[in-house]
Design a protein around this ligand. Structure first.
Ligand code: HEC
Ligand code: HEC
Ligand code: HEC
Length: 426
């Protein structure tokens, strides 16, 4: 009965979506401009190459082992697999026939050259804030690349997510093209930081809360979220007990984004990739502006209510303590104090006491390296423990970290570890 009602509601929504889409499609003014005939200037190409670093365009638009920016990288979502597009200026399979106006519209409105609605895996919910001048520089950069003939792959999404109608409904609910409006009460530096963090650098694409349909509340939302399909949690950039930096110095924040480490922590997993491919290349002035903006984010409510933390059974802590001594203390120290410049401290480390334990399980199972950057060219790594430790042992050692040396966070159970181990793809 409930299923039938749901199906009827779904059918109605899709019918509505079809209408919305038709209006949308017809409503999208045809862009008749043709591809520019003159090659871009060297300054524009350099400017665009820099902006492409800030926007981390290469990461998604390059398939491993294939030409840069030629697309075809598979990105898994809860609704199926989406493939990135060929951005090289190949006339047949890439952006060779695009005009600057088509490219601006793709970034600002999430539409392809023919008006087709694009999937928000492409973070146009954020790049919508990009100025025309920056969009044009990015366009000049991509059209300076060597053309690669590589047809775009068809997405593999389940019904109804593979329809333009569903996408039209999604966009009606979660997306509105926006321009960056400078806040006159703030400094130009703050505004530059806000423009980059919310817009081109799309920090909120991971750090924003998402609902079950993959909707982000708004480009400004940085209140933390699980990254779909990856079992990584991107902590809140507004909360001082998660990844908020209100009480860090500008210098420490710049150091973290430029080198991947700071006296307070080291970046992990997807954030290590962001530093490796993007933020380490951001100019010092822009990094400072981003730091100033991040420091100003108002703290979220959860930080003001003290949390009741359940106490772990003594036997579990005992077992965890022994495992810690055998496998971890060598690097992280007897009292979790770490070794400055080499191994992060685990005592007083927010990454250890986060309410979400996904990242801890990831690090212990799969190990990791902070990114190799100019400021930290040969980082020390952490070995993976996926084969050395059972689910129960991983749960015990993590529970121990979370309850020792003044750390106060809830225990982790074996089932949580097991579930994550079996659902994480390498
Ligand atoms: C998180 C991954 C991701 C990032 C980062 C990303 N893109 Fe994309 N992009 C995609 C995917 C996936 C598509 C295909 C969407 C579709 O077909 O519906 C796409 C599509 C596009 C398109 C439309 C191409 C076409 O043929 O319709 C353009 C233009 C584009 N991206 C430019 C950029 C630029 C410029 C940047 C950097 C500022 C960027 N993208 C960053 C994933 C990404
Ligand atoms: C691809 C997803 C992704 C994007 C994009 C992303 N982050 Fe993160 N970020 C994460 C994850 C996951 C973590 C948690 C792991 C960790 O602590 O490094 C994290 C952690 C952080 C931390 C805390 C690091 C620490 O060691 O305390 C800061 C600060 C941060 N991100 C800032 C940013 C900023 C600024 C941007 C935009 C330039 C950004 N992130 C973009 C995924 C992302
Ligand atoms: C060979 C030295 C070494 C050993 C042994 C080791 N680690 Fe690590 N650990 C590291 C390094 C280096 C990092 C930073 C990794 C990164 O940033 O990707 C790290 C990171 C971590 C983090 C994340 C800290 C943060 O700031 O994000 C946790 C948690 C952790 N280790 C727990 C453990 C546990 C538990 C064990 C034992 C089961 C262990 N480590 C064994 C070197 C080690």
């Amino acid at each position: 009965m409930i299923r039938r009602v749901l199906l009827i509601v779904l059918a109605l929504l899709l019918a509505l979506g079809g209408l919305v889409w038709m209006f949308n499609f017809w409503g999208a003014p045809r862009i008749r401009d043709s591809a520019p005939r003159t090659p871009p200037s060297r300054e524009q190409v350099a400017r665009g190459a820099y902006l492409a670093r800030v926007g981390d365009c290469m990461l998604c638009h390059t398939e491993r082992g294939s030409a840069p920016y030629a697309g075809g990288r598979a990105i898994d979502t809860p609704f199926g697999t989406v493939y990135s597009s060929n951005l090289t200026p190949d006339a047949e399979t890439g952006l060779g026939a695009w005009s600057a106006a088509h490219f601006r519209r793709a970034l600002r409105e999430g539409r392809s050259r023919d008006g087709r609605l694009l999937y928000p895996v492409f973070p146009y919910t954020h790049t919508t804030l990009v100025t025309d001048a920056d969009a044009d520089a990015l366009f000049d950069f991509v059209r300076s690349l060597p053309p690669v003939n590589k047809p775009n792959r068809e997405h593999r999404l389940r019904w109804p997510y593979n329809t333009q109608a569903a996408l039209a409904v999604w966009r009606t609910l979660y997306f509105r093209p926006e321009k960056y409006v400078a806040d006159a009460a703030q400094t130009p530096e703050w505004n530059r930081g806000a423009y980059l963090v919310r817009g081109l650098a799309h920090c909120g694409a991971c750090h924003g809360a998402r609902n079950a349909l993959g909707g982000v509340r708004q480009a400004m939302d940085l209140s933390g979220g699980l990254i779909p399909m990856q079992n990584w949690y991107a902590p809140s950039l507004a909360s001082p007990s998660e990844a908020g930096v209100a009480d860090w110095s500008v210098q420490e924040i710049v150091q973290l984004l430029a080198t991947g480490t700071s006296p307070r922590s080291a970046v992990l997993g997807p954030m290590a990739e962001v530093v490796l491919n993007s933020t380490q290349y951001i100019e010092a002035d822009d990094l400072r502006a981003m730091a100033v903006y991040l420091k100003s984010l108002p703290p979220t409510a959860s930080d003001t209510d003290p949390r009741e933390v359940p106490v772990a059974p003594a036997s579990l802590l005992d077992r965890g303590g022994k495992l810690y001594g055998d496998h971890c203390a060598n690097c992280h120290g007897d009292r979790g104090q770490g070794v400055p410049g080499a191994y992060p401290a685990l005592a007083g480390n927010r990454a250890v006491t986060l309410p979400s334990t996904e990242n801890l399980v990831q690090v212990v199972l799969h190990g990791g390296f902070p990114p190799a950057t100019r400021g930290n060219p040969r980082p020390y790594g952490m070995p993976p423990f996926a084969t050395a430790l059972s689910d129960a042992e991983v749960a015990a050692v993590i529970t121990y970290l979370r309850a020792s040396w003044n750390n106060k966070a809830a225990p982790v159970n074996e089932l949580t570890v097991g579930r994550q181990r079996s659902s994480t793809r390498e």
